[in-house]
Write a protein that binds this ligand. Structure first.
Ligand code: ATP
Ligand code: MG
Length: 583
């Protein structure tokens, strides 16, 4: 450490919000250059290398082959896929000296597809899986939390190429299994949750999340079964559908000045029709959608029980790449049939307005809703009798205690960091670029692809986030910048020499050592630094040496014991042994 390029900091950086960010900066792993842009210092590089090595081993283990694409990509390639326009503000765009447009790759679907198309032509060439570990550029709207969400970051991205859906499923499963091994070996507590794959939907899409309070992703877990999904993809249990005919006829009610659900419920309960709550009302929220490539916006009304809010992020996730947002007065003005505060679905089909309901609004359910006339609502408005929606979409904000669609038990909401994503991309890019293989009968078959990403730099921060304590970082064995931190707890030359030779012995036994040989630093500062840096085993060579012992300390539990110098290497080997993993 006397020559290591490292300066630890006593204070948290002013711009840091989350613990991993504060600690990685304070412990000298990373330094900020600009928002979302970081330099990596030697300690950080060591952790990064461990993460990359494990990811490489597991990718190679499933037969994926490593390639490397440029980050600098000419515009025409992204023009062909439509992403030059669709990616919007998230894309870093630049020009060369001849004024030609380029971009810095946010992902590399286009290049993977084109590369394979250039090399392979026969069905005999497949299946194939390729990956790279590469720097990505995304002009994130809110680069926060340090390297958890960078604008320049490292990703492992891989793609599988198959000629049938069964082939794709096999490749998907192989990647999913490899990801389980990767995140287990990295020491993560992780969950695999269902995700939606946007417009490409319908096929498998799952995210690997690290549960932590600072995570940006919200997901839902069943308290009973193993169902877990992100809030875009979650399905909650709905009441059973009933016959729409078993209800009283629709009844229009005078409900002056009741534009909100609360005022409406209050009024309803004075009418002698029974007792009502917000959950008995049907709220119709007016939104607008814009599909990429289309010119302009389309109106969309979404119906949810009145005691629920519409979750725009959840809707957006399902409609992606179509954009959805709240409609404005100018949109409403185009549809005089919509009476603000008194909108009901009874007239939407006739007004040619698209209407979707949350699955909680089941067939045969009866509601109080707007009568499409100012100051009037209608009761006993029944789905399947008085209105028929154009479809269903999970739109309500999920609540703790909503019921699992699998087993009916309560769900709980938690936060997590997305570590990786596996999904069945299908033929989208193969179609765009004409990636086909000549089949056995001489007919071309379109290749079907799977897409698999791991955030490499994010994994470093996420792991720090899951393992830190009040003293500092706290790496799992095998992942930190070293596995043993030897502290020479004295300025005494004899003690430093003994610590030096012990460090060399430990290293010779195959364990990575960080040796604090600094002469100008007090033992107290050395201990603090060791705790901050977070190497899992700390060996203190100090006064005990006179009695022939050193102290071996577990960074996490703070458990210490004196060990005879002669036994120190074997004690360290035992402490740093990786847990045996299956296979
Ligand atoms: P997010 O929802 O967090 O923005 P994403 O859905 O855009 O992620 P993908 O495009 O699937 O992410 O990228 C694959 C992986 O790359 C993610 O699972 C994540 O681990 C990592 N990743 C994505 N964006 C960033 C970023 N800005 N900084 C660091 N890692 C990132
Ligand atoms: Mg993103």
């Amino acid at each position: 450490m006397s020559t290591l390029f490292l300066r630890t900091l006593r204070d948290d950086p002013a711009d840091a919000e989350v613990p991993s960010h504060k600690l990685l900066v304070r412990a000298g792993y990373i330094r900020r250059v600009a928002p979302g842009i970081y330099s990596w210092l030697p300690l950080g590089m060591a952790v990064l290398a461990n993460v990359e090595r494990i990811v490489r081993e597991e990718m190679n283990g499933i037969g994926a082959q490593e390639v490397h694409f440029p980050a600098l990509i000419p515009r025409d390639i992204f023009e062909a896929s439509g992403r030059w326009a669709d990616y919007g503000d998230g894309l870093f765009r630049l020009k060369d000296r001849k004024d030609a447009d380029y971009l810095l790759g946010p992902t590399h679907e286009e290049l993977f597809t084109l590369l394979v198309k250039g090399e392979y032509s026969s069905y005999k060439d497949y299946p194939l899986a390729l990956y790279q570990i590469q720097t990505k550029y995304r002009d994130e709207a809110r680069p926060r939390a340090g390297i958890l969400r960078g604008r320049e970051f490292i990703m492992k991205d891989s793609y599988s190429f198959d000629l049938s859906h069964e082939g794709l499923e096999t490749a998907y499963q192989a990647h999913r299994d490899a990801y389980e091994r990767i995140f287990t070996r990295l020491g993560f507590d992780y969950r695999i949750v269902f995700a939606v794959s946007g417009a490409m939907g319908g096929s498998a899409s799952e995210e690997f999340l690290a549960p932590t309070p600072s995570g940006e992703d919200t997901f839902v877990q069943c308290t009973n079964c193993d169902y877990a999904a992100n809030t875009e993809a979650v399905e909650i249990a709905a009441p059973a559908a009933t016959s729409p005919e078993d209800h009283p006829a629709q009844q229009v009610l005078d409900t002056p000045e009741t534009p909100t659900i609360d005022t409406l419920v209050e009024r309803l309960n004075t009418l002698g029709l029974g007792t009502f709550t917000a959950a008995d009302t049907l709220k119709n929220v007016v939104l607008r959608t814009h599909a990429p490539g289309s010119d302009g916006w389309e109106l969309l009304v979404v119906g949810v029980p009145g005691d629920r809010e519409v979750d725009l992020k959840r809707l957006g996730g399902q409609l992606e790449p179509t954009i959805v947002e709240q409609a404005g007065p100018e949109d409403l003005a185009k549809y005089p049939a919509l009476v603000k505060g008194y909108i009901g679905p009874q007239i939407l089909a006739e007004a040619k307005i698209r209407y979707l309901v949350d699955p909680l609004v089941v067939e045969g359910s009866t509601w109080v809703t707007g009568a499409n006339v100012a100051d009037k609502h209608a009761a006993f408005v029944v789905r399947g009798r008085d209105f028929t929606p154009d479809g269903e979409i999970g739109a309500v904000e999920i609540r703790d205690g909503d019921l699992c669609s699998r087993c009916g038990s309560p769900l709980v909401i938690a936060r997590g960091i997305e570590l990786g994503h596996v999904f069945q991309l299908g033929e989208k890019y193969a179609k765009v670029f004409g990636l086909t293989a000549l089949g056995p009968e001489g007919k071309p078959v379109t290749v079907t692809m799977g897409s698999y990403g791991v955030g490499i730099t994010r994994a470093v921060a996420a792991l720090a986030e899951q393992t830190y304590d009040e003293k500092g970082l706290c790496w799992p064995v095998g992942i930190g910048p070293a596995d043993v931190h030897v502290v020479a707890a004295s300025k005494d030359a004899e003690i430093i020499a003994a610590a030096d030779s012990l460090s060399q012995e430990i290293e010779a036994a195959g364990v990575r050592v960080l040796f604090d040989d600094r002469r100008s630093v007090s033992p107290g500062v050395k201990f603090k630094d060791a705790e901050l840096i977070g190497v899992p085993t700390i060996v203190v060579v100090g006064k005990g040496l006179a009695e022939g012992v050193v102290e071996v300390k577990d960074r996490r539990t703070d458990e210490r014991r004196d060990v005879a110098v002669a036994d120190a290497v074997s004690a360290v080997l035992a402490a740093t042994a990786l847990p045996k993993t299956a296979g």
